[in-house]
Design a protein around this ligand. Sequence first.
Ligand SMILES: C[S@@+](CC[C@H](N)C(=O)[O-])C[C@H]1O[C@@H](n2cnc3c(N)ncnc32)[C@H](O)[C@@H]1O
Length: 292
Amino acid sequence: MTPSFLPHVSPARVHAELLGGEQAFPPDRAVARCVTEAAPWWPTAVQGLHRHGARLVAHLAARGLDQFLDLGSGLPCGRQVHQAAAASRPGQRGTRTVYVDRDPHVHTVRRIDLVDQPDAASVLGDITDAQALFEHPAVQELDFRRPVAVLLHDVLPWLPDEAATHLVTELRRRLPPGSVISVTHLLTAPPPYATTPLVRAYREAGIRLWPRDLARIGSWSGTWPAYTHGQHTGGGPLPVCALLLRAPGPGRFTRPAFWSPSRRGAAPGGLPPRRRPRINSRAEVATCAGTR
Ligand SMILES: C[S@@+](CC[C@H](N)C(=O)[O-])C[C@H]1O[C@@H](n2cnc3c(N)ncnc32)[C@H](O)[C@@H]1O
């Protein structure tokens, strides 16, 4: 039974369940089973994108980025951004990571997790309100005279078009030269990886999801140099993509080596799924609609 103080399905906990975490409650697990039945490839895609995120952070940190703003951070699962960043800069100046999520459960878990971690902070907030986001004291502790890496990993598909476009535009406007924006996103696709049944399964649980095509996602780069990696760019068959944008300014900007087309056939991040939510029975799947 769901504890009364957590009555709703949480997209963050459904996501954690798909990643093989232990934080989900029964309604979240039921939704994870429903969406997996609708799109059996989805947990593999989610896990691949998550590993891609950790890998990209290591890539950026190794190239000198030491400030990370993780928007729509989700629950801690596996190696976290501040850990991946610090591990990639041994013996160098410390890193600073700010996690932001609107889910109070995520914020509580993060705060507990980050006790005694001076290099990271958690913010409870709505990332579509860019003004409030940039005025938050924890975000202002980042030094915006130096480059910042903003992570939008698997969060923009959960925002309507106007909000997603506005957010990326605001980030491009506010970030200093040398900053980067890293995006991962679900693509619209036909069978066998059709996203329509997935969108419908989430909607039945009260969660909206917007897959988009590469042209739409690519348009967010504006005038910034950008690299894309995904279904149509050698990144594998699953309908997901990654986009890396860099604020114009001095210094080299190169495609991450691990985006090489030689990884054809793998999802970004490339490893097999750790655990798939089990579909036990039709009855369990039917509970999906009752979890709103
Ligand atoms: C699918 S999870 C992705 C988690 C993580 N970034 C990852 O790559 O594994 C999406 C997260 O975005 C958060 N989120 C969605 N819309 C948001 C908003 N407007 N403001 C802040 N967080 C948001 C959700 O609460 C959820 O934790």
